[in-house]
Ligand binder design. Structure first.
Ligand code: NAD
Length: 500
């Protein structure tokens, strides 16, 4: 018996009227557990109307009112970490500890939002001319929308809405239709925290709902996180409709290992970052570039560790890696591994055909390790988004760097070395938005910003941190003169005003 998940509009559950539903599956069993209502234009319009109405009050609410709601929300998310993590595991498949980590990263952004008064402090210049002051303030935009991917069903929405709401906006979230329950639970916690009805809304669905958000005249800005082709579509379409837009796309993150690196540390990092969350992370390491003569030894150590990774259902505490999100995605990932040898790669570990006893219908795939992968191979060129690590070889640092920089993606990149000078060069020379030095997944903390370069981000703003506040507000500069009664009237002057 499957349950039905509805939209959340105006502070309450609202049943879908479009008559369209999508399946939500438990990736460990392959069973459909929920049917989720897909919004048509009418439901999206209702959510935007509710958010617009709520903006009249919320946009003018005091900072103290907003932060008191956010502090209460923070306490509730903290208290419900385990429940949220279980919801994530049931629909995404990632292991419980990983899901808990995702909630913790979301909490970081709520922390930041609780401190919004500091970020929203304006600027004041007194006496810029005689008795003239200039103040710069930032104000909310109005109704803003978030469209999020399946791989972080709680964290990525929390990259967006806490800051957007803290800045005084109202929000319409269109979460991934593959694992939508966490976002509805977060909506419930926001209501419990005292958020006024309509400030946060959730509509489910696919392209139909997204395209209505993109063209809706009352949506002022769109934040998107997902794959590169969709990010490009969101950026182009939202901008064509006059909206502010930030669209974060896919990735192929490289890890450059220099010959002087601590090879055990590098192998540990490569295995954790490549196979954690079954490779379904936008900051997963999917390509290791081994520089110099250490490649064979590095591959041996990676293999040794990868073979020991325990794969199983996410709710089982011994599992280190869970299943993939859908069967179709599992089959696509497997096809890259199966095609790799014919395209010139050495298949060191082949994870295809793997299954877990008692869970034969789950979306399983084992760990794959491909060595000496040619840059022309599909497994290297495409974002696979599964537990497949490609190793490439380079003779020198320069050759390795050129390889990294030739990638159309520029999300994260890491270097492993003991040489400070080489690491410093890499920081400056690599074309990526987030760089790790002996850190394989350099996801910035909440008070910095997250974002890639090139095909990994379309738009001018990274997400969260100061960029987040900037994205969700617009600037206004107020010039004021309070004349002294003793002043002689200036009289009419048609010349261009000058400060004196
Ligand atoms: P996706 O692009 O398929 O979907 C993302 C969102 O867009 C979902 O809400 C989906 O319903 C919607 N969508 C899908 N097709 C659409 C279409 N044709 N028109 C309009 N909307 C559409 O991504 P996904 O498979 O859910 O997530 C995985 C991808 O997200 C990977 O490429 C990963 O790298 C990327 N990602 C990037 C970051 C980042 O910070 N750069 C973070 C997480 C995930």
């Amino acid at each position: 018996m499957t349950k039905t998940l509805h939209h959340w509009i105006g502070g309450r559950t609202v049943e879908g009227t479009s008559g369209t539903y999508g399946p939500v599956t438990d990736p460990a069993t392959g069973a459909v557990t929920t049917r989720v209502a897909f919004a048509g234009a009418a439901e999206v319009d209702a959510a935007v109307a509710s958010a617009k109405e709520a903006f009249a009050g919320w946009g003018r609410s005091s900072l103290a009112t907003r932060t008191s709601v956010l502090f209460a929300f923070r306490a509730l998310v903290d208290a419900h970490r385990d429940e949220l993590a279980r919801l994530i595991t049931a629909e995404h498949g990632k292991v419980h500890s990983d899901a808990l980590g995702e909630v913790a990263r979301g909490l970081e952004i709520i922390d930041l939002a609780c401190g919004i008064p500091v970020q929203l402090k304006g600027e004041l210049s007194t006496e810029v001319a005689s008795r003239v002051d200039v103040a710069a303030i930032r104000q909310p935009l109005g109704v803003v929308a978030g469209i999020t991917p399946f791989n972080f069903p709680a964290m990525v929405p929390m990259w967006m809405f806490p800051l957007a709401i803290a800045c005084g906006n109202t929000f319409v979230l269109k979460p991934s239709e593959k694992d939508p329950s966490a976002s509805v639970r977060l909506a419930g916690l926001l209501a419990e925290a005292g958020l006024p009805d309509g400030v946060f809304n959730v509509v489910h669905g696919d392209r139909v709902a997204v395209d209505r958000l993109l063209e809706h005249p009352d949506v002022q800005a769109v934040s998107f996180v997902g794959s590169t082709p969709i990010a490009r579509h969101i950026h182009t379409t939202a901008a064509a409709h006059g909206k502010r837009v930030q669209a974060l796309g896919g990735a192929k993150n490289h890890m450059l290992v220099l010959p002087d690196a601590d090879l055990d540390a590098a192998a540990d990092a490569a295995v954790s970052a490549a196979y954690g969350s079954a490779g379904e992370r936008c900051m997963a390491v999917s390509a290791v570039v081994a520089v110099g003569a250490t490649g064979d030894e590095l591959v041996r150590r990676i293999r040794e560790r990868a073979e020991k990774v325990v794969i199983g259902p996410g709710h089982d505490p011994v599992s280190e890696m869970g299943p993939l999100i859908t069967r179709a995605h599992r089959d696509k990932v497997a096809s890259y591994v199966r095609g790799a040898a014919a395209q010139g790669a050495e298949v060191v570990l082949d994870g295809t055909g793997f299954t877990v006893d008692g869970y034969e219908d789950g979306h399983w795939i084992g760990i794959s390790l491909l060595d000496r992968v040619p840059v022309t191979a599909d497994a290297y060129r495409d974002e696979i988004f599964g537990p497949v690590l490609c190793v490439l070889r380079a003779e020198t640092y320069e050759e390795g760097l050129a390889l990294v920089n030739a990638s159309p993606f520029g999300n994260g990149a890491a270097i492993f070395t003991r040489d400070g000078g080489a690491a410093r060069r890499f920081q400056l020379e690599v074309e990526a938005g987030m760089v790790g030095v002996n850190v394989p997944i350099p996801v910035p903390v909440g008070y910095h910003s997250f974002g890639g370069w090139k095909d990994s981000l379309f738009g001018d703003h990274h997400i969260y941190g100061n960029d987040g506040t900037h994205f969700y507000t617009r600037g206004k500069v107020v010039t004021t003169r309070w004349p002294d009664p003793a002043d002689t009237p200036a009289g009419v002057d048609l010349g261009f005003p000058r400060n004196h």
